[in-house]
Design a protein around this ligand. Structure first.
Ligand code: AMP
Length: 280
């Protein structure tokens, strides 16, 4: 496994691979790797002749400086994990390497970055678009892999690829959960023991809400979910929205909508948890 710190060194290696006609998969991460990440790595390894995993905690997507400071960083363990999975290339740039100067680009993401997470975290998705476009430029992958855990991010990356006219395929990967249903996330380690025990409530509530979609309207489901969280004094429900998967438009009536996503964000102690449930 080779660990590259600079775009130039990485490009030299990747140019040779590309010149020989081989496909390149990219898995962008912010490290503190868990099984959610490794599921992306496994899928990418199976579908490409070469694989790059990037580890970079991107400052421009953090709207909260405390969150950036406390974001878990476990580089040595991450590299061990990737080595044991036979990953051949890891890209671990510094902030200076990715942002030699301030990035003032703004991306026209339509309404996609104004709703849900975008409404709560101003500038977050513009920061995501900045770093992902830089990683795509540095790696020029054939395919890039993103988790449905960050559903809105996935929709936005697809839009970004169209916007920038990049000829690459975005591959969506299913959410990996703990046994009790909590979606895996690097931030989960910051939950206290009590919070960790209560956290599966979020996924359980999403599943119950889905069951109720047979008999209740979207508005009724929203108020039912809201009432469930009123009984959970430690959890602050930031939003629960029912949206269409392609454009994140709110669903007012079930009608003939085919792919629907329940999206939720909960502030839980120091940690913000996001989750979703996609169904047709
Ligand atoms: P992050 O390191 O949190 O930026 O995540 C890197 C990639 O892993 C993103 O595409 C995430 O959507 C994906 N990911 C994170 N957690 C999970 C999970 N529990 N299941 C599937 N994918 C995940």
């Amino acid at each position: 496994m080779i660990v590259y710190r600079t775009k130039n060194d990485l490009a030299l290696h990747l140019d040779a691979i590309r010149d020989s006609g081989k496909s390149i998969g990219l898995v962008p991460t912010m490290g503190a790797l868990h099984r959610g990440h490794t599921s992306l790595v496994e899928k990418a390894a199976g579908e490409n002749e070469a694989l790059v995993v990037s580890i970079f905690v991107n400052p421009t997507q953090f709207n909260d400086p405390v969150d950036l400071e406390k974001y878990p960083r476990t580089l040595d363990l991450d590299l061990e994990m990737l080595q044991s999975m036979n990953v051949d290339i890891v890209f671990v740039p510094s902030v200076k390497e990715m942002y030699p100067e301030e990035d003032n680009r703004t991306f026209d993401l339509g309404n996609l970055d104004k709703v849900l997470e975008g409404e709560q975290r101003t500038g977050h998705f513009n920061g995501v678009a900045q770093i992902v476009s830089k990683l795509f430029e540095a790696v020029k992958p054939t395919r890039a892999y993103f988790g449905q855990k960050d559903f809105q991010q996935l929709v936005i990356i697809r839009r970004l690829v169209k916007l920038l006219n990049l000829g690459l395929t975005i591959v969506a990967c299913p959410i990996i959960r703990e046994e009790d249903g909590l979606a895996m996330s690097s931030r989960n380690v910051r939950l206290s023991k009590e919070e960790r025990n209560l956290a599966p409530f979020i996924h359980i509530t999403l599943k119950l809400a889905r069951e109720k979609s047979g008999t209740l309207s979207p508005a009724e489901i929203k108020s039912w979910v809201t009432s469930q969280f009123e009984n959970q004094p430690l959890m602050n429900l930031e939003y629960f929205e029912i949206v269409e998967d392609k454009d994140l438009k709110p669903v007012a009536e079930w009608g003939d909508k085919v792919n629907i996503v329940f999206c939720i964000a909960v502030q839980f102690g120091e940690v913000r948890i996001i989750d979703n449930l996609i169904f047709d």
